[in-house]
Design a protein around this ligand. Structure first.
Ligand SMILES: NC(=O)c1ccc[n+]([C@@H]2O[C@H](COP(=O)([O-])OP(=O)(O)OC[C@H]3O[C@@H](n4cnc5c(N)ncnc54)[C@H](O)[C@@H]3O)[C@@H](O)[C@H]2O)c1
Length: 243
């Protein structure tokens, strides 16, 4: 059997909050496939205490970083390179949060200060991360940067509210920054559009159960759960196909 493409690779994983998180499953899978990683989340999320447990289980250092802060991102990248022993090969941005959704504000009555915070956390943080990483030359040649998106970036999902614009912005940053990172450093930038998944961020959206059931029926293979999202080497293959 050939070695995993993640064997010996160094990575940073953002956004594991609890064992339901997409990033949590991805972190477990990456380490199982031979990667060395650091884990990061906002200081307030670290206070919940669950990430430390994952770090201990995976032998991964946990570094606090508010993804909207350039200072925190610089510190995270510097410490990760120190701990992992060189530039990183991959970064997973698995971050999303809407204050208006959280506070049950309807799309036609949004609070614009909260909207700006939502965009900063859910989309601009991706640009900040890439700009900081490029300036610090923190990503190895041929490396990969990935963020999580949702189909509401392209289609109307009324209850997804301002997260739809966040995802459209995120996808646009991936294309535009992907050009510069690709040309300058050979680094690929992509987004993956995940099925509705029962996580803290996902289930916070009004009408989540309806989204979930609709997508389950519309998708030829049904919804991909967080494990399937993390299980990169099977992505796109029909069930029971050989490895
Ligand atoms: N769950 C779904 O149905 C679904 C579908 C498509 C895409 N996504 C996307 O997947 C990604 C991961 O979400 P999830 O579903 O695993 O939910 P989650 O709630 O487990 O993860 C969201 C993470 O964002 C982190 N975060 C929030 N503010 C931050 C900040 N300022 N700095 C750093 N981190 C911050 C949270 O602490 C949390 O760990 C998000 O981008 C989300 O929009 C989710």
């Amino acid at each position: 059997m050939s070695a995993s493409i993640l064997e010996g690779k160094r990575g940073i994983i953002f956004g594991a909050l609890d064992s339901q998180s997409i990033a949590w499953k991805a972190a477990e899978k990456c380490v199982a496939e031979g990667a060395c990683i650091t884990l990061t989340n906002a200081p307030v999320a670290l206070r919940m205490g669950e990430l430390q447990g994952l770090g201990e289980k995976l032998g991964a250092e946990v570094i606090a970083a508010d993804a909207t802060s350039i200072e925190d991102l610089s510190n995270l990248l510097e410490k990760s390179m120190e701990i992992l022993g060189g530039k990183v090969d991959f970064i997973l941005h698995s971050i999303g949060m809407s204050i208006n959704v959280r506070k049950n504000k309807s799309y036609t009555d949004l609070n614009y200060d909260w909207m700006q915070k939502t965009f900063d956390i859910s989309a601009i943080s991706f640009h900040k991360l890439m700009q900081t990483a490029l300036k610090m030359d923190a990503v190895a040649d041929g490396g990969s940067i990935l963020a999580l998106t949702y189909i509401a970036a392209q289609r109307v999902f009324p209850d997804y509210s301002e997260m739809a614009e966040s995802k459209a912005l995120l996808e646009s940053f991936a294309r535009s920054f992907g050009y510069h990172f690709g040309v300058q450093k050979g680094v690929r930038v992509n987004t993956i559009s995940q099925s509705p998944t029962r996580t803290t961020a996902g289930s916070g959206v009004k009408g989540f159960d309806e989204f979930f059931e609709y997508a389950e029926k519309m998708s030829p293979l049904g919804n991909a759960d967080a494990d399937a999202c993390a299980d990169f080497h099977r992505a796109g293959r029909p069930p029971n196909s050989p490895d």
